[in-house]
Design a protein around this ligand. Structure first.
Ligand code: NDP
Length: 246
């Protein structure tokens, strides 16, 4: 894998909005070929059109990260379209905040399926290719809620993000001599994520996001990890709005 961003093939899950879409635009602007994947195909097409009109290279892939076979198929399709894959950004995520006492197992299942299993399915699909080519970079979207428990309300969300951080670190220990692994842990970022909370905590979540930073802040952090020379693996980046305490 070459150093820098120019010419790298980057697959980003959850790239139809927020951090994923902004990262796709930013990396494409820096010369990467980006594969953008998510469920909302219309939104993906708009991201691809933005990138194309700015002279960049991008292609859209319909993807539900809870569908293991489809995650595998998308990785295969990206390699077939672009000739290889250099970086996978496991970014798709949801955050329905609700106190545990309101017991909502559908939301718990959904967070585990998307945030945790979706990330694992991405690793499962990309890792054999990265091992075969003896290079590759997996970037996982954790959260500050994966460093501190976000309670009340974000307990299960935190559980998924603590797990993503643990898996990132374990993966690094296992294959880090050949494959780079980065965990990105943002605080409040302005995106659609806050709207995935619809229950009793919705107002508190909106208030928490009043001081959110733009998604471009995270795109730059991801680019920083990717652009390092081959012999440098940025393992973790924690970034918060300057005024954020949590
Ligand atoms: P957005 O809601 O703006 O974006 C989330 C993306 O995930 C969308 O593109 C959505 O696309 C996609 N997604 C959701 N479910 C699925 C699924 N089943 N299959 C494929 N894609 C899916 O939120 P953000 O950009 O903020 O979130 C991106 C990541 O950053 C998440 O992992 C989040 O936990 C993390 N993060 C965000 C923070 C924030 O404050 N915003 C802070 C810390 C971490 P579609 O609906 O089209 O499938």
């Amino acid at each position: 894998m070459s150093s820098g961003i120019e010419g790298k093939v980057v697959l980003i899950t959850g790239a139809s909005s927020g951090i994923g879409a902004e990262t796709a635009r930013y990396l494409a602007g820096r010369g990467a070929a980006v594969a953008v994947a998510a469920r909302n195909e219309q939104a993906l097409d708009a991201v691809v059109a933005d990138i194309a009109s700015a002279g960049g290279t991008a292609r859209a892939y319909a993807l539900d990260v809870t569908d293991k076979a489809r995650v595998d198929a998308v990785v295969t399709e990206v390699i077939s379209h672009f000739g290889r894959l250099d970086v996978l950004v496991n970014n798709a995520g949801i955050m329905p905040i609700r106190p545990m006492s309101e017991v909502n197992t559908d939301e718990w299942d959904a967070m585990i399926d998307v945030n945790l299993k979706g990330t694992l399915y991405g690793i499962a699909a990309a890792l054999p290719h990265f091992l075969a080519q003896q290079s590759g970079h997996i970037v996982n979207l954790g959260s500050v809620a994966g460093l501190k428990v976000f309670a009340p309300g974000g307990t299960v969300y935190s559980g998924t993000k603590f797990a993503v951080r643990a898996i990132s670190e374990g993966l690094r220990q296992e294959v880090g001599d050949r494959i780079r692994v980065t965990s990105i842990e943002p605080g409040a970022v302005d995106s659609n994520l806050k709207h995935t909370t619809s229950g009793t905590a919705a107002e508190a979540v909106q208030a928490f996001y009043e001081r959110a930073v733009p998604a471009a802040s995270v795109a730059r952090a991801i680019a920083f990890a990717i652009e390092q020379p081959d012999d440098v693996d940025v393992n973790e980046i924690v970034l918060r709005p300057t005024s954020q305490d949590f």
